[in-house]
Structures are given as structure tokens and as C-alpha cells.
Design a binder for this molecule. Structure first.
Ligand code: GUN
Length: 280
């Protein structure tokens, strides 16, 4: 049997479930994405999000602002969307141009509409194990591990990367599943010492081919969150060709975590809609 985790099939299944629920219950979820500037990668990500929303019946509004705009203007836009009851999810596409205070801007989002799970309230509630909106990529990672029946209880899980969007929320989600979690980052002295011990290795650094076969043990489960452009093709943070020979399960790039991130964004938008409208 193949050891490759199929994120495309998993995402189609999740999107199909959402589409059926939206139709059956007559839900009218609406996601707004704010983009500042014209980052090429962001343009592609937003196009994918729009297409995915429309495929399941979620309305999508793209607010694209020039990078000459002030921080105050962006905050005014967020406040306008907070007060608009027809908008259920608000996402500020990252990265923001240099000079914008990401933390300050994102924290203006109403936590009930914060589909990225990045506001103080959602980050705190996740740490306290209260129900809340959780960042989409970590949700997608956990869903893949669940679908492929990877038991996490007592397992050594190593996360490489400590971003607010991926590494940090994963710590909480993995602890909730009783994993033993270690976190490596750019200042870690000897990453290999940790990755080599891992039963499950999750890599989210943005460094192509950071993880090589000598850094993992036989039978490891590898989740590669990286999306890097090399020459004209995409690759992850893991040297797929060599590491896949030792892994019991591994996500490809593309076609692994990426599609699940988008599907979980849709899931969060529907969840936000239901919370705001008192629907179970
Ligand atoms: N840029 C790349 N991925 C993401 C994401 O998941 N959310 C936001 N807001 N920006 C991103």
C-alpha cells in the first residue's frame, strides 16, 4: 500500500460534507479576505480560497487595498466588516507589507469572525482547551492524522517551526491528544537530535529540503507544511524522494497539507456562521 497521504481526496471529502450541510440547512456563510499590496503568492492563495468558497456555496468578498494605505484605514475596514452581520468570517491575508503591525491589525477582528484563529481571544481559548476558532493549517494537519489513524497518545511528535499560524497552535492541538511535543526552530542547536527521535515529524519552516533522510527514523510519519518555489515547481521543507523511503506515511507537496488548509478555512467559516446565528 502507498505511504503517501492524499490531501486532495481528504479535502474533497471535507468540502463535499460542507456543501451538503450548507444546502440542507440553507446556510448563507460569507467570508471576507483583506489583502494589502500585491504579493504574488497571496494573489494565488486568495484565488484558490475564492474558488473553494464558491464550490461549496460560501460567498466570498475580496478587499484588495494598495500598500500605500494607512494602518488606520485597514483597521477601519476590519471594524466595518465586524459590524456587517452579513459577513461571518474575516481573514487578513499575510504577510502584510513591511511597516504594518500584523498583531495589532489582526487583533481588531471580532474573535467570532476570526477564521484564522489569530486573535488574543482565540489563541488564549485554544491554550485553555475552550471551543474556539483554530488556525486552518494546524486543523488540516490534525484532520489528516485522524483520517490516517495516526495514534498520538504518548508519541514523540517533533514540530520544526514556531510560527503563530502553524507551529504554536499545533503544540496545543497535539498536547490535547496526549502527545509528547518538542519544538525546534531557527535557533535550535541540533535539530537532528530531535527529528531523529520523532514518531511524527511536522515541518513548517519555509526552507526547501531542510529535512533529509539521515534526520528521521525508520517508520516515521512526516507532515510537510512547507510550500516553496524551486525553479518552476513547488517543493516542501522535506526532501520527499529520500525521506519517503523511510517514512510509514508522508504528505507530498503539492497535494498534501495545502488543500486541507483551504478546506479547513471553509469549515471555520461555516462554524463562525453557525456560532453567530445560534445554530448547533
Ligand atoms: N498566508 C499564507 N497562509 C495564510 C493563512 O493561512 N492565513 C493568512 N491570513 N495568511 C496566510
Amino acid at each position: 500500500m502507498s505511504n503517501i497521504i492524499d490531501g486532495i481526496s481528504a479535502s474533497l471529502e471535507l468540502k463535499n460534507k460542507l456543501k451538503i450541510e450548507i444546502e440542507k440547512k440553507d446556510l448563507t456563510p460569507h467570508l471576507a479576505v483583506i489583502q494589502v499590496g500585491d504579493n504574488k503568492a497571496s494573489n494565488i492563495y486568495i484565488k484558490n480560497k475564492k474558488r473553494a468558497c464558491e464550490s461549496v456555496g460560501i460567498s466570498f468578498t475580496h478587499i484588495k487595498l494598495p500598500d500605500t494605505i494607512s494602518e488606520d484605514f485597514v483597521i477601519k475596514e476590519i471594524k466595518r466588516l465586524n459590524n456587517d452581520i452579513s459577513i461571518n468570517g474575516i481573514l487578513v491575508q499575510l504577510p502584510l507589507p513591511i511597516g504594518f503591525d500584523e498583531g495589532k491589525i489582526i487583533n481588531e477582528i471580532n474573535p467570532l469572525k476570526d477564521v484564522d484563529g489569530l486573535t488574543f481571544s482565540n489563541v488564549g481559548n485554544l491554550a485553555l482547551e475552550n471551543d474556539c476558532l483554530v488556525s486552518c493549517t494546524p486543523l488540516g494537519v490534525m484532520e489528516l492524522l485522524r483520517l490516517y489513524k495516526v495514534d498520538l497518545e504518548g508519541k514523540d511528535v517533533c514540530i520544526v517551526g514556531r510560527s503563530n499560524l502553524v507551529g504554536k497552535p499545533l503544540i496545543q492541538l497535539l498536547l490535547q491528544k496526549d502527545a509528547t511535543v518538542s519544538v525546534c526552530h531557527s535557533k535550535s542547536k541540533n535539530i537532528k537530535e530531535y527529528t531523529k527521535k520523532a514518531d511524527v515529524l511536522i515541518v513548517a519552516t519555509g526552507h526547501p529540503n531542510l529535512i533529509t533522510k539521515d534526520m528521521v527514523k525508520e517508520g516515521v510519519v512526516v507532515i510537510d507544511v512547507g510550500i516553496n518555489k524551486e525553479n518552476d515547481s513547488l517543493c516542501g521543507d522535506v526532501s520527499f524522494n529520500e525521506v519517503s523511503k523511510k517514512a510509514s506515511l508522508i504528505t507530498p507537496v503539492p497535494g498534501g497539507v495545502g488543500p486541507m488548509t483551504v478546506a479547513c478555512l471553509l469549515k471555520n467559516t461555516v462554524k463562525a456562521y453557525k456560532i453567530q446565528n445560534g445554530i448547533k
